[in-house]
Design a protein around this ligand. Structure first.
Ligand SMILES: Nc1ncnc2c1ncn2[C@@H]1O[C@H](COP(=O)(O)OP(=O)(O)OP(=O)(O)O)[C@@H](O)[C@H]1O
Ligand SMILES: Nc1nc2c(c(=O)[nH]1)N=C(CO)CN2
Length: 182
């Protein structure tokens, strides 16, 4: 039998990015849609950061943020929900690392590792990306026993710096929660 969810909840960390359309509204709407899932609760969100594109540079600036969720879903089903929210919000996949209405990456999940084509966990590129680490550092608690706090700060200290990352706005979700289409 395939396990769809466990009786216990785990914390998971998600990176969000957008550089097409109304970037802020799309990110907030992504949080709203995730939170509407019966087995996902959004617990914390970082500030919104405006970031220069990395990888494929000929594209508009991104807004990036990070969020903590509590979920009883397996990592595979949480990823499926992230991909579903991307699709609901109009994500089209064409250029690798290219422009997108929204990108939701599963960064880390308590006690879980995966190394399949579908899902790599922890996210293999998170330690190289200031646009992920800076928002994540807003929401990873200092007393976090998993080592994630240490990982985030150690990775940030060896990156060239935080150039191209500007704190843009405090996240007011759920007060300003975007529209979920209803
Ligand atoms: N931890 C993960 N989070 C999100 N997607 C993942 C993860 N591990 C593997 N994937 C797979 O990667 C595929 C491509 O994801 P996506 O198009 O968002 O990549 P990208 O954001 O362009 O690049 P990157 O993977 O470098 O962030 C997804 O369909 C998913 O199956
Ligand atoms: N600044 C920034 N650059 C990127 C981003 C992103 O979210 N922010 N996402 C990418 C593919 O995951 C590629 N490059």
């Amino acid at each position: 039998m395939i396990a769809h969810s466990t009786s216990e909840s785990s914390e998971a960390y998600i990176a969000l990015g957008a550089n097409l359309g109304n970037r802020e509204q799309t990110l907030l709407e992504a949080l709203t849609l995730l939170n509407e899932h019966p087995h996902i609760s959004v617990l914390r969100c970082s500030a919104l950061y405006e970031t220069e594109p990395v990888g494929y540079v000929d594209q508009p600036a991104f807004l990036n943020m990070a969020a903590t969720v509590s979920t009883s879903l397996t990592p595979e089903l949480l990823l499926a929900e992230l991909l579903s929210v991307e699709n609901q919000l109009g994500r089209v996949r064409d250029i690798r690392w290219g422009p997108r209405t929204v990108d939701l990456d599963l960064l880390w999940m308590h006690g879980e590792t995966r190394d399949t084509e579908l899902l790599q966990l922890p996210h293999p590129r998170m330690g190289e990306r200031a646009f992920v680490l800076v928002p994540l550092s807003d929401i990873v608690p200092q007393d976090e026993a998993s080592g994630l706090h240490t990982f985030v700060h150690a990775s940030l200290s060896v990156l060239d710096g935080k150039d191209g990352i500007q704190r843009w706005k405090t996240c007011n979700w759920p007060t300003e929660s975007g529209h979920s289409g209803s």
